[in-house]
Design a protein around this ligand. Sequence first.
Ligand code: FEO
Ligand code: CA
Ligand code: CA
Length: 547
Amino acid sequence: MDVNRRQFLTYLGVGTAALASVATGIPALAAGNTLSGKTADHLFGLDTKKHNFNPKFKEIHPTTKDDVVLPDGFKYDVVASYGDKINAAGDTFGFNNDFTCFLPIEGKSDHGLLWVNHEYLGELEYYVNGYDYLNADEDDNKRTPEQIKKYLYALGGSVIEIKKENGSWKLVSDSEYGRRVSGLTKHVLTGPAASIAKEVTGTFANCSGGVTMWNTILSCEENYMDVVGDCKLPEAEHYGWVVEVDPFDPKSTPKKHTALGRFSHENTAMVLAPSGQLVVYMGDDAKDQYVYKYVSKGKYDPKAGKNNSKLLEEGTLYVANFGKGKWIALDFATNEALKKAVNADGKPMFASQADVLLNCRDASKAVGATPMDRPEDLEVHPIDGSVFIALTNNDKHGNFYGQIVRLFENDNNHAGLEFTFEIFAAGGPQSGFAAPDNMAFDSAGNLWVVTDISSSSMNSGIYKSFGNNGVFFIPTTGNSKGEAAQFASAPVGAEMTGPWFTPDEKTLFLAVQHPGENLKSYDKPTSHWPKGGNAVAMPSVIAITGF
Ligand code: FEO
Ligand code: CA
Ligand code: CA
């Protein structure tokens, strides 16, 4: 008899072991003896079913297998791995792929450009440029100029051209669109803080991102300070921004839009307000940091095409106060709290809007915004416009499993100043997922969520029951709203990032990031994915088909 946990607890509510035995088919006496024993461990345990619905796939169970594990009937193709050639000039695919965004060519769902972020190197830096990270003295950075150049080239993003032929996705290795935007590429700044530099070199720590309504991509600089330190860069203020790239124009110069603020940006979610103003939701992924939205001054004009990019240069940046359900404008001209804010030495903290944008964390604190439990992805529901926020976790508050918050703007006005919210789904053994990170919606409004249990705590202690990181399917309406079913499991040490569907929803792209992370010795890789055998694990983008 297949009894799920909820039903079983209902039986237990009646308070007799006999009823439990009816539910389980275990004789009453045995059941009575087992409530604290092995059988009861199983019944209360973590491999019982956690929901009441039937997803359109045969869900998988948590596993520690060193592979991408998928439901029956689904398969994956490796589309691109670190070091793959992506154009005729010989540029190569960067390291630790994260955000992916498929941009169709001629509206097709089997041919297009894929933008891919490259976030960081980590300990696998050894395999990339020979720097012995594991045994390095942190206070004595011995990276050579040549190693630093390789480091910066491996980060940023890639434009790759991909095609589905005979049922399999493949990289076009001599594509005219193939392009690297890296830690070495020239960028320009726009907006109120553009005065700090005419042009800046490089983008890195590119975590997640988003797409614009004019078919360019936004790539988010997250933990830039690590790279600034590792690569001995003098100008930290050039990083921590949202970067716009036009993948269809290989000669275009990427833009860093300072009006969207500087912090550890996770992603962007763009939507139109009823007024026609553009709204961009964003999170600062660090413990006790904040949730933001940017509202453009001007209105979106479908006929203006790529000139709508100007809307990201002038507008208002807001930060959320969840206790009051209000958005607070981080606007130096009108917000008295920003004018009054002083440093420890009694001097004014900000003298201009540029100062506010450069130091969003201080500004948010000064105006009483609500510190959150690591806001990762924000995504807008395609049917009802509610805003989903993945709060990964925050051990400082005893929030180890994280949760997904659903924010409702008053009158569904994304440019408005007031909102309410609910806890849509909570991580933990009861739901089967922990540490929600990137999210994607399908057109029916179901949520697809990837998890990011850190590789140092994965498969041990309170995280043991979850197995490797995974991908989960969560309905957002009906009786099973908020309940999760596992769709995929990641290789050892990896996190699945950057879920993105093709327009026909027959392919799901995912970036498998940091497989084999947290190794103790370079001679003993903990993952050999995707090549298997004794190969060193390589971060790679995959295309899942079978939908
Ligand atoms: Fe790069 Fe917030 O994950
Ligand atoms: Ca992330
Ligand atoms: Ca993460």
